[in-house]
Design a protein around this ligand. Structure first.
Ligand SMILES: Cc1cc2nc3c(=O)[nH]c(=O)nc-3n(C[C@H](O)[C@H](O)[C@H](O)COP(=O)(O)OP(=O)(O)OC[C@H]3O[C@@H](n4cnc5c(N)ncnc54)[C@H](O)[C@@H]3O)c2cc1C
Length: 258
């Protein structure tokens, strides 16, 4: 079974996020990590390989520094990786990102594409749906259980009430929910082994990307301005000397909420 897992490199979740005042793009010059939501997708891919055999390929679009995040996924047990990197891809919006990933997938053999629920920086959650549409494959998202039986997928989609069970023939695009599994910590052997695993680098030309569909020039969304949100007004504290309810009612009337 050939599984491709898409991973993104993001700014360290603990680090302060800064936007470049000129381009309004996220400053990625500091500490970066493998997108935490993608660790669940990598773990799920490796578990499916351990159960059914086959190969796990990591696919990442990002700056050349993203090779670090890719190496972490290889250390977790993936077999090989493709890093799509090209200055021309900078400023791509979610459509541009999905387009480049779809073209890269067309050059790979796969039965299943796994993605995380969202990135911790842009958090749009749009890439899985955009990718499945471009590949013309079914999307099963927010999954907290994935099982494969021959050429059939049996999955549970997480809902507020519990889950919904789906069956779907392979190939398909899946996004997995946080908590679907416990991502393993790469052991030293895995980290050392990851350095030897194949990591192929492809640029826009290698994928035959249409410049009008990628990068800042091809983006369908543009950030016009950025401002720091107003600090929230402190709440109103009501001392209850037996008349708390009346004070709250008065406050709600005053605020025209009653
Ligand atoms: C703060 C900020 C806000 C942004 N807002 C928008 C916006 O509103 N609209 C817009 O179009 N673009 C936006 N972008 C730009 C950029 O388009 C997105 O970061 C990028 O396209 C991926 O979208 P995402 O991070 O929301 O991914 P999501 O859709 O949240 O990610 C879902 C999954 O897709 C996969 N994935 C996402 N990115 C990659 C990648 N580069 N390589 C491999 N797999 C990947 C991962 O498995 C991930 O878990 C923003 C960027 C930033 C930094």
């Amino acid at each position: 079974m050939n599984i491709v897992v898409c991973v993104k490199q993001v700014v360290d979740t603990a680090a302060e996020k800064r936007l470049d005042p000129a381009s309004f793009r996220l400053d990625r010059s500091g500490e970066n990590v493998l997108n935490p939501y993608d660790e669940y997708a990598v773990e799920e891919a490796v578990r499916l390989k351990e159960k059914h055999g086959g190969e796990v390929t990591v696919l990442c679009l990002g700056p050349d520094t993203a090779a670090e995040a890719v190496r972490k996924a290889l250390a977790m047990g993936a077999d090989r990786a493709v890093l799509v990197t090209d200055p021309a891809l900078a400023g791509s919006d979610t459509q541009g990102t999905a387009y480049a990933l779809a073209r890269a997938l067309e050059q790979l053999e796969f039965d299943l594409v796994l993605l995380g629920l969202m990135s911790t920086d842009a958090q749009t959650g749009q890439v899985p749906a955009a990718l499945s549409a471009l590949l013309d494959l079914p999307l099963l998202s927010v999954l907290n259980r994935v099982e494969v039986e021959g050429a059939l997928l049996r999955v549970h989609r997480q809902t507020d009430q519990g889950y919904v069970a789906y069956e779907c023939p392979l190939p398909a695009v899946l996004s997995v929910a946080k908590g679907i599994n416990e991502p393993r910590y790469p052991a030293l052997k895995g980290i050392m082994g990851a350095k030897k695993k194949p990591l192929e680098v492809k640029d826009a030309a290698a994928l035959g990307l249409d410049p009008s569909r990628m990068g800042a020039g091809g983006a369908k969304t543009r950030v016009l301005a950025v401002r720091v949100p107003e600090p929230r007004k402190p709440g109103v504290k009501v001392e209850d000397d037996g008349d708390g309810a009346r004070k709250i009612a008065d406050f709600l009337v005053q605020e025209k909420l009653l």
